[in-house]
Ligand binder design. Structure first.
Ligand SMILES: Nc1ncnc2c1ncn2[C@@H]1O[C@H](COP(=O)(O)OP(=O)(O)OP(=O)(O)O)[C@@H](O)[C@H]1O
Length: 651
């Protein structure tokens, strides 16, 4: 689709120069506005699909003030500004732009950023439409016939969550029903705890009578609003119930809509998140659409509930009930865990799996990035076609091209046979570029070309080959830092980072350790045939006390060893590995005098310590890589990056 770009910039020379560059690059520029007011008029008249937005504009207006209008109209925007002071950057970031270019910038950088931003915006719109469609279909397919009000609404949180994320959803119904307040609090991927009036009153620390009589609990709304971060905190200052609920459920922002039903009565949907900048104009519009789709359903259950009065004892359950509407354990194929941060990863997998979007998975070694990639592939429409894994760290620099694109027979010395490259093998499916941060700059150029065109030639072959491949890349490096240090190409980074997923380290999701450990005990007991039947809570607490630098891989190997040592019964006591955060033996006793060390120094110390114990051997059984719970190639690259001397590593 040809993009219609509006330039909002008060310096005419700069704006005109931009117009010339964009037109030359094939974009159509529908206007130049020097102030927010002019921009609003042009948006109305010209209907741009994209906006380049300066921050400080004529008439003392600010580009950031235009952002809510752009978000509400689904128009993507990039800031272009010479001002980079912290508060300007923070205000700009809070409006969720697709990019920020600091003036003066190179034409090339502008065009690359715009190209990627457009792709990202289109992918987002597509995903949003798909989610909305699924939401409507699921809503239509819901059984409205029998059951209590709680039973009828029990499936709502799962359905709504797929469309609009929340940690707590409050539904406020017209007064005079069996219950006029239901809240669903998220406790797992498709798990919610249900609270009705009595339990909500208890959570807010008031009696049921006070709760019911306090009109403020019904959220006094005109038609709707959202409050993020500081705004939400201001609300808490004068609303004691909200304050208590927010403390109880650790909520950091909210948005709500009030809907009028045909019978003149109202219901309110209030969404809460633990993430303090979760809700923007975009989500608010989505909420309005979701609420409108829900009107008929709510009307039905409200009328049904009135006709059931009086005397139908369908409510309330005295204790909060845990509702797990339609959990599908196998959906995430072996990704175990229920911590908040893992559930957030599952949400993202769910969101992106069926779209063709490229995904960049980041996180420390052993956190499960490859698992996430496998899961996205299996849940995608390409699941029947291959998932081809390429370990970029293991690609020999001189063979990158032939590995990725293949070669013809006799293309170079040693090419005795024709070879089909990884991209061709993955045609129709997915290619997983693991450890992408290890690619040499030369290889990055070659990869970039394929990603742009999805076309390449086999080495020694003159015929272009076109493929249809979805890209998933992963790295344990901070790619933004790699870009800043000149080790990773900015254009390649933009191409890959269309949908980023961060997999958190195990030390930040200790809630998952117990369930993972139990699972690994079962797995290795079965594999080794040893009758080890479980692991005690004391042992799990010990596991939680360690900080797992090798993450889940290290935990998995550790449990495997414990199963072998224990041989039968329940694992009770563990000999935990020495934590690198504690001083290693040679420094024992002198910790008080130790200067503070950076994480990198501690990591280097620990690797040297393990290497010494393994006599410098990296690979194979009992080698340093196995003990550290990472692939030898990753350890090699860590050794190189941390500048560990060769005397410590033999292979
Ligand atoms: N959530 C999980 N549930 C169960 N097993 C997991 C989970 N996450 C990871 N694992 C297991 O932990 C090990 C490491 O996972 P994986 O290889 O996906 O990590 P990674 O982040 O890709 O590591 P690297 O960066 O070193 O390549 C694997 O054996 C994997 O099966």
């Amino acid at each position: 689709m040809k993009q219609n770009i509006l330039i909002v910039e008060d310096e005419f020379i700069v704006a005109n120069d931009l117009r010339i560059k964009l037109t030359k690059a094939g974009y159509s520029v529908c206007g130049i506005a020097a102030s927010v007011e002019e921009a609003e008029q042009l948006i109305e008249k010209q209907k741009p699909t994209w906006v380049l937005l300066d921050i400080f504009l004529s008439n003392d207006s600010k580009g950031t003030d235009l952002a809510p209008l752009l978000a509400s109209k689904n128009i993507g925007f990039i800031y272009i500004s010479a001002n980079t002071n912290q508060s300007v950057l923070e205000t700009a970031k809070a409006t969720h732009p697709y990019g920020f270019l600091v003036k003066p910038f190179r034409e090339k950088d502008l065009l690359i950023m715009l190209d990627i931003a457009l792709q990202k915006h289109q992918a987002n719109l597509l995903m949003q439409q798909q989610r909305e469609q699924i939401f409507r279909m699921q809503l239509d397919g819901m059984d409205r016939g029998r059951g209590t009000m709680l039973e009828k609404t029990a499936k709502l949180p799962v359905i709504i969550q797929g469309f609009l994320a929340f940690d707590m959803l409050r539904i406020i119904l017209p007064p005079g029903m069996e219950t006029d307040h239901i809240a669903f609090v998220r406790t797992g991927y498709e798990e919610y705890e249900t609270f009705v009036n009595e339990q909500l009153a208890a959570a807010a620390g008031v009696g049921l009578k006070d709760w019911s009589e306090n009109k403020a609990n019904r959220l006094d709304l005109e038609s709707g609003e959202f409050k993020n971060g500081a705004d939400y905190h201001r609300l808490l200052l004068h609303d004691i119930t909200e304050k208590r609920l927010s403390t109880q459920f650790r909520l950091a922002c909210m948005m709500a809509v009030k809907r009028r039903l045909k019978n003149g009565k109202h219901f309110v949907l209030a969404f809460y998140s633990k993430n303090d900048d979760m809700y923007t104009e975009v989500q608010f519009n989505m909420l309005r659409r979701a609420a409108a789709s829900l009107d008929a359903f709510m009307e039905h259950i409200i009328n049904d509930s009135y006709s059931a009065l009086p005397g139908r004892a369908d409510l309330p359950a005295r204790k909060p009930s845990a509702i797990k509407p339609f959990s599908d354990e196998s959906k995430f194929d072996g990704i175990i865990g229920k911590s908040n941060s893992l559930v957030a990863v599952l949400d993202q997998i769910d969101l992106v799996a069926t779209s063709p979007t490229s995904v960049l998975i980041t996180g420390e070694s052993g956190t499960g990035k490859e698992r996430v990639a496998q899961c996205i592939h299996k849940m995608s429409l390409r699941a029947k076609n291959p998932l081809v894994v390429v370990n970029c760290a293991a690609l020999p620099a001189n063979l990158v091209e032939s590995e990725l694109f293949g070669h013809e027979r006799g293309a170079f010395t040693g090419a005795v046979d024709k070879r089909i490259g990884k991209f061709e093998q993955a045609n129709g499916g997915t290619i997983f570029l693991d450890e992408i941060g290890e690619l040499t700059l030369e290889a990055q150029v070659k990869l970039l070309r394929v990603l742009q065109e999805m076309e390449f030639e086999r080495v020694g072959g003159g015929k272009p080959i076109k493929v249809d491949v979805r890209i998933i890349a992963a790295t344990n490096r901070n790619l933004e830092k790699e870009v800043a240090d000149g080790r990773f190409r900015l254009d390649l980074y933009y191409r890959l980072n269309v949908f980023p997923i961060f997999v958190p380290p195990l030390r930040d999701r200790k809630d998952d350790i117990g369930i993972l450990a139990k699972n690994f005990v079962e797995k290795f007991a079965l594999k080794t045939g040893r009758p080890v039947t479980g692991i005690s809570s004391a042992a799990i607490n010990q596991l939680k006390g360690y900080h797992w630098p090798g993450n889940i891989r290290e935990l998995e190997h550790f449990i495997e060893r414990q199963v072998l040592i224990k041989a039968k019964g329940i694992i009770e006591q563990l000999a935990m590995p020495q934590s690198p955060a504690q001083p290693v033996n040679e420094n024992a006793g002198s910790e008080a005098k130790l200067p503070l060390k950076t994480m990198e120094e501690m990591e280097a110390n620990y690797i040297v310590h393990v290497l010494k114990n393994c006599h410098g051997r990296i690979g194979g059984a009992g080698g340093a890589a196995e003990i550290l719970g990472m692939p030898p190639s990753t350890l090699h690259s860590r050794i190189k990056k941390l500048g560990i001397k060769r005397e410590f590593s033999a292979d």
